[in-house]
Design a protein around this ligand. Structure first.
Ligand code: SAH
Length: 366
């Protein structure tokens, strides 16, 4: 799986694209369904094992194509059952995915980009800067690898996927949508729209496009009730203000029973006062929303601290009393740095941003 080839990786295709690819080779389009079942439902990457394809077809596939997963660079298991994988990509970049089992479901948190361009002040991925978009194969490959490795270990299979790892999914729209299509496809993972959640910092044009092509669940990283504070925490807010972002989220979830999940990281003394909670409730009055409070997860050189448990409880009570369903996200995988905002990965630092950061921090300009 680790040597570079010129073969086309079929994991870059959703069912429609795969059917077209087969058709262009003079094959029946239903071959796409057969192939998807082998690859995603059986975890098979070897064409020879695909016994309902003719020998001639298998041989021709082997010539031109491959099913290429990701290389595991590290596999860490937490005492609480969660697990973090560091995957190495063909160009040496590294990304992370986290598996979070609960009583009746198991969530995989996946990455959509190597690094991130948004520069949120409380996020460790931001420190890397942006390197590149992941291909569709690299996105769905995280789920494919996790599913295979979990089956080997006899663990609960992934039932939910969240785009809450590294990167901004709406800034890698097409590849994310190809991967989502495979997640939802009955011949692949067959996950319902409720079980796939895209989390965004609020890329308004992306939200509008998403509404046209998808019905998956939506989470918005809000983190502040007013524009001045949000500009500091999520600089993308300078471009797309809270009102516009909330309007786009509202349009996305529509008039039905669906709600947008509002993510709110609890930063001690920054966005966690009673006044912030009241302002947040007011701001969300006409938005069908539920709130996830995320205790801040520290990382090296972070300039924030986590709000106290009592503060988070008080903040939650205010929102609750305002009639908004609010839960506090439990921190999982503490012992393996697998929590939100701690996914650092590693990449070939083309912009040398990390070195520049190190210089700023140490003052060493030599
Ligand atoms: N770019 C997307 C998805 C990646 S971040 C987005 O902004 O939603 C996934 C979630 O983790 C976001 O809500 C993000 O704000 C949160 N997060 C980032 N850093 C964090 C930290 N250090 N502690 C807690 N949550 C953090």
């Amino acid at each position: 799986m680790d040597s570079k080839t010129d073969k086309i990786n079929l994991m870059n295709f959703d069912r429609k694209a795969l059917a077209e690819w087969f058709a262009a080779r003079g094959e029946k389009p239903f071959r796409a369904q057969q192939l998807l079942k082998w690859v995603y439902q059986q975890g098979v990457d070897d064409f020879d094992a695909m016994t309902n394809l003719s020998k001639a077809l298998r041989d021709s596939l082997k010539q031109d194509a491959e099913v290429r997963g990701l290389k595991v660079a590290a596999d860490q298991k937490s005492t609480d059952g969660s697990r973090k994988w560091l995957f190495e990509l063909e160009d040496g970049n590294r990304i992370e995915s986290v598996y979070i089992p609960e009583a009746e479901r198991a969530t995989l948190c996946i990455s959509s980009q190597v690094g991130c361009a948004l520069n949120c002040s409380f996020c460790s991925t931001a420190q890397q800067g942006f390197n590149r978009n992941l291909t569709a194969a690299e996105i769905i490959g995280q789920l494919w690898m996790a599913s295979r490795l979990l089956a080997e270990d006899d663990r609960l299979p992934v039932s939910n996927v969240v785009f809450m790892g590294m990167g901004e999914p709406l800034l890698n729209f097409d590849n994310v949508m190809t991967a989502v299509s495979l997640m939802q496809d009955d011949f692949a993972y067959a996950l319902s729209k409720r079980r796939v959640t895209l989390s965004t910092a609020g890329v308004v044009p992306g939200l509008k496009r998403l509404a046209e092509v998808s019905d998956i669940s939506l989470a918005l990283s809000l983190h502040a009730p007013d524009d001045a504070l949000r500009n500091e925490l999520v600089p993308l807010n300078i471009k797309y203000h809270i009102d516009e972002v909330l309007q786009a989220c509202k349009a996305y979830v529509g008039e039905g029973r669906r709600r947008v999940t509002i993510e709110y990281v609890m930063l001690d003394g920054v966005n966690d006062s009673d006044g912030h909670a009241r302002a947040l409730a007011k701001r969300l009055r006409h938005v069908p929303a539920k709130i996830n409070l995320i205790p801040f997860n520290p990382f090296p050189r972070a300039r924030y601290q986590r709000s106290s448990t009592q503060r988070i409880e008080r903040f939650r009570d205010i929102l609750h009393n305002a009639g908004i369903v609010t839960i506090t996200r439990r921190t999982r995988g503490d012992d393996i740095d697998a929590a939100c905002g701690q996914l650092a990965g590693d990449f070939t630092d083309r912009t040398r941003r990390r070195e520049r950061l190190a210089v700023e921090v140490t003052g060493d300009f030599s």
